[in-house]
Design a protein around this ligand. Structure first.
Ligand code: 13P
Length: 258
């Protein structure tokens, strides 16, 4: 049984003091919810302060990006080694980075490998645009995004995948539970063909794109979906708590039934 995971991607929101306030608001209750891995991914500048706040809690910390070199003359970049001191997870290949910062499949691959090398757990984002979706190219795009020759190492290293259809991100237009389940089922099947059933059954695959407290149950009730990568709704304490609470309850019930 895969442990469900809910990650909050705060994107470029919150100053350090706002981030600290938000964590303080959700910490006591979030800490108590079990049967689900809880990860928050604030901006880089808040990681150190939040790490202190989370000490001794069950909540884990992640970054939203990294550079693939360990150190050197790369003004403005943040290296895997720097992050390894601060957090356990790192989001890689988010569509906003692919779209606005020209991250190619090759760059994303280097980043995943660099993260694994220092013991960070990548949350690797994949997903198709609306145009690709409407042209029936979703499976082709996802297959390409997972085609690295070192993909096997991703899974052996415990990487998490997040299927985020780009048309559903920040649009309020989430995929349906069934749609997301089918696509994540396809991803798992593809991994099984490439790397074997054992690896495919172990890898956690999240859904992301306009997840809220109102629609999380629809996703979490699906057998292929292991959790969610939440954007906007992770910036409101009550909303994020509700998402995590529902995930714990529903997956707990499903595992008792199976
Ligand atoms: P929203 O939940 O705001 O649609 O963002 C999803 C996302 O991009 C998470 O990484």
């Amino acid at each position: 049984m895969r442990v469900p995971l809910i990650a909050g991607n705060w994107k470029m929101n919150t100053t350090v003091s706002e981030a600290v306030e938000l964590v303080k608001e959700m910490l006591p209750e979030l800490d108590r919810i079990d049967n689900v891995d809880k990860v928050i991914c604030p901006p880089f500048v808040s990681l150190a302060a939040i790490k202190e706040l989370l000490k001794g809690s069950t909540i884990k910390l992640g970054a939203q990006n990294l550079y693939f070199e360990e150190k050197g003359a790369y003004t403005g970049e943040i290296s895997p080694l720097m992050l390894a001191e601060l957090c356990e997870f790192v989001i890689i290949g988010h569509s906003e980075r692919r779209q606005y910062f020209n991250e190619t499949i090759e760059i994303v691959d280097k980043k995943v490998q660099a993260a694994l090398k220092v013991g960070l757990t990548p949350i690797l984002c994949i997903g198709e645009t609306l145009e690709e979706n409407e042209a029936g190219k979703t499976e082709e795009i996802l297959t390409r995004q997972l085609s690295s020759p070192s993909a096997r190492l991703y899974y052996l290293g415990g990487s998490i995948l997040a299927y985020e259809p780009i048309w559903a991100i920040g649009t309020g237009r989430a995929a349906s539970g069934g749609q997301a389940n089918d696509t994540i089922g396809f991803i798992r099947q593809h991994i099984a063909q490439q790397h074997g059933q054992g690896i495919a059954q172990e890898v956690r695959i999240l859904y992301g794109g306009s997840v809220t407290a109102n629609n999380i149950a629809e996703f979490i009730n699906q057998p292929e979906i292991d959790g969610a990568l939440v954007g906007g709704a992770s910036l409101k304490a009550s909303e994020f708590l509700s998402i995590v609470r529902q995930t714990s309850e529903i997956k707990g019930r499903l595992s008792e039934e199976s």
